[in-house]
Every structure is written in structure tokens, then in C-alpha cells.
Design a protein around this ligand. Structure first.
Ligand code: SG7
Ligand code: ZN
Length: 257
């Protein structure tokens, strides 16, 4: 097995840095967002997304990679505003906990949410995402917290109903195109912004993070499905696939509000 080998997906997070030096760097993610230490920046415009209503005839690849479930996205999905440059979508994936506890990667004032959605983008001035992820400012991730609410979130059904199809690590299926924007909060104007890294090896410090203030609500049933359907490396349930929060090392966290 790779860096995640062990009894739990993160049994060896402490050892990542020995194989992937960036994992021991000073700009790592995720972080705790201490709201009393953030600085308001009037330059942070609302995030605007273009091209997210996909035709159901378009087939998106969904894969259990042993660490999460990844939905590949067409590069026609863009972040049109909210960053000084354009970004194009690559994939989205989720982080979650277990029936015993929550599993977001970022925390806010020490609070961990039930789960976290990551939509991963790359700077199209580079050849490919593989190239972009090694360059400063090469990646952007839009992050949204998932929380238990009173009702099923219909926007998540196209994704959640395919989870049983990718139960084992390495399994792939396809999902009919749907409204990807529906997975994100309705308000994209209030967010935190900071410079960080991939939260898994190789932990490249090339990610312009956006963490939305508004959470996304899913029913308890939907969160439970996420927590108890997929298997990880050794056929055990894939749970608690979040990395512990990392030190800021003097970084500033900006707020758009
Ligand atoms: C998950 O998190 C996957 C990885 C992703 C990694 O393991 O989504 O992506 C793929 C295609 O397997 O790595 C380069 C990349 O996106 C880290 O992403 S994250 O920092 O947003 N959590
Ligand atoms: Zn992630």
C-alpha cells in the first residue's frame, strides 16, 4: 500500500513527510479557521460559476480511490469570478466522519462539521492538472461544509445513489450529468480564502483555498449512507477520511465578509 496503508486511512499521516517532503511544509491544509483572526478583504468578490448544468446524456466517471469518492468533471466548468484568474474544473470529492463523529477537514473556531465537499480546479495556463498542481497558484479548491438538516438534499441524490456501485476500492461507474452547482451552498459571496496545500500526499503547496461560510444541508440518512457505504484499502469501511488541521505558520486567512 501507499501512504495511506494501515488500519485506518490516516493511521500514518504522521509519516507522510518522510516520503513526501511537502507534507511537512509551512503552508499545509486543512487548517482551523479562527474567525476572530481573519481579515476582511474588499477585493474578494463573490464566486461566480459558469457551465454547471450538465446534460444528462453526458457521462461523468465516479471512482472509489480508497481514500474518497471522486467525480470527474468536464473542464468546461469554470470559476469565472472570485479569483484574479480563471480556473477550470477537474473533479470533486468528499470528506466525512463516521456514525461516532464528524469528518470535515477544515474546522471553524474549533468546530468540525459532518462532512466537506471539495471541488478541485486547475489554472488552464498550465498543460494539465498534473502540471498545474506543481506550480504556485496552480490549483483552486472550493470547499463547502456538509451538515445534517431536516430533509433529503435532492441535489446530492445523483451522486449518493451510485455509491453502492463503487463500494470497493478501485471500482468505477458513471453518473448522468446533473446540476453540479446544486452541490454547493446557494450563497457564494461569503467565504474564507487562504494559501495552502493538497490535504493528501504529495501535499503540494499550490492550492488557493476558498471555504464557504454557508453550509450545505443533507438528511441524516444521506450523511449515514456516505459514512457507511464505501470500503477503503483493506476492505474496512472508509471513514474519517480527513487530515488533522495543520499549523498556520503565520499565514493570513482572508474573509470576504
Ligand atoms: C483525494 O484528495 C482525491 C485526489 C486529490 C486529493 O484523495 O480527490 O484526487 C484524485 C484525482 O484522486 O488530489 C490532486 C488531487 O486533487 C487531495 O485533494 S484535496 O486537497 O482537495 N483534499
Ligand atoms: Zn479533499
Amino acid at each position: 500500500g501507499g501512504p495511506h496503508a494501515g488500519t485506518s486511512p490516516h493511521a500514518d499521516v504522521a509519516q507522510w513527510a518522510s516520503m513526501f517532503p511537502d507534507c511537512g511544509g509551512q503552508m499545509q491544509s486543512p487548517i482551523n479557521i479562527d474567525t476572530s483572526s481573519t481579515s476582511v478583504s474588499l477585493e474578494l468578490q463573490p464566486v461566480e460559476l459558469a457551465g454547471y448544468r450538465l446534460d444528462p446524456r453526458e457521462q461523468l466517471r465516479l471512482e472509489n480511490n480508497g481514500h474518497t469518492v471522486v467525480l470527474e468533471l468536464p473542464s468546461s466548468l469554470t470559476i469565472a469570478s472570485g479569483y484574479p484568474q480563471e480556473y477550470r474544473a477537474s473533479q470533486l470529492h468528499l470528506h466525512w466522519g463516521s456514525p461516532e463523529g464528524p469528518g470535515s477537514e477544515h474546522t471553524v473556531d474549533g468546530r468540525r462539521y459532518d462532512g466537506e465537499l471539495h471541488v478541485v480546479y486547475y489554472n488552464p495556463s498550465y498543460q494539465s492538472i498534473k502540471e498545474a498542481m506543481r506550480q504556485p497558484g496552480g490549483l483552486a479548491v472550493l470547499a463547502a461544509f456538509l451538515q445534517v438538516g431536516p430533509e433529503d438534499n435532492e441535489h446530492y441524490q445523483p451522486l449518493l445513489e451510485q455509491l453502492p456501485e463503487v463500494q470497493e476500492k478501485g471500482k468505477k461507474t458513471t453518473v448522468d450529468g446533473f446540476d453540479i452547482k446544486g452541490l454547493l451552498p446557494t450563497s457564494l459571496s461569503r467565504y474564507y480564502r487562504y494559501s495552502g496545500s493538497l490535504t493528501t500526499p504529495p501535499c503540494y503547496q499550490t492550492v488557493n483555498w476558498t471555504v464557504f461560510n454557508q453550509t450545505v444541508l443533507l438528511s441524516q440518512k444521506q450523511i449515514s449512507l456516505l459514512e457507511t457505504t464505501l470500503q477503503g484499502d483493506h476492505e474496512e469501511l472508509l471513514q474519517n477520511n480527513f487530515r488533522p488541521t495543520q499549523s498556520l505558520h503565520g499565514r493570513k486567512v482572508l474573509a470576504s465578509f
